[in-house]
Design a protein around this ligand. Sequence first.
Ligand code: VGL
Ligand code: ZN
Length: 197
Amino acid sequence: MSQALIVIDVQNDFCSGGALAVPDGDEVVAPINDLMRDFATVILTQDWHPAGHSSFASTHVSKHPFDTIEMSYGSQVLWPDHCVQGSAGAEFHPDLITRGDLILRKGFRSVVDSYSAFFENDKKTATGLEGYLRNRGITRLTLAGLATDFCVAFSALDAARLGFDVTVELQACRGIDLDGSLDRALADMTAAGVGLK
Ligand code: VGL
Ligand code: ZN
């Protein structure tokens, strides 16, 4: 019954001044650093897109950030260019403690986005995190980070579906809230049995 803390996408582009700044995103750093003391295993995820990624509005003709398009795998929100591999915006927030056991990068394939730490947005392509956790006998997960209604919620929902015991530390998360996405994410997580703390 080992447990792990999964810190989702606490990167400069999601914090103040970043390309896709989440309101008050920086406020997650201090509580996450505190939470880390309670966990023997800490995993950090990093949104890690190539330039010209299909989730960027700038990649599509006459599309704007926060428009939605249909991709082969379903609907996809288009974002400002963010977390481009190797850029300053893709780096972790400078105050975040990054002495984790594993840094998992996601969203590195041009044609498919990956909100969840477990599966890309096609819902089929695995990142390998499930195997990593199972090999280490980890069954209980606590999630925190950015953004509550996208990468945190998608990760929590996949983890619950895979049978992990999942808690989201809401005081250590902040949301984007696009057209009611935050309320929807909270309701979906509750319905899936994710503990909201
Ligand atoms: C995220 C939108 C685009 C997130 C990542 O980390 O929640 N949101 N890419
Ligand atoms: Zn992204």
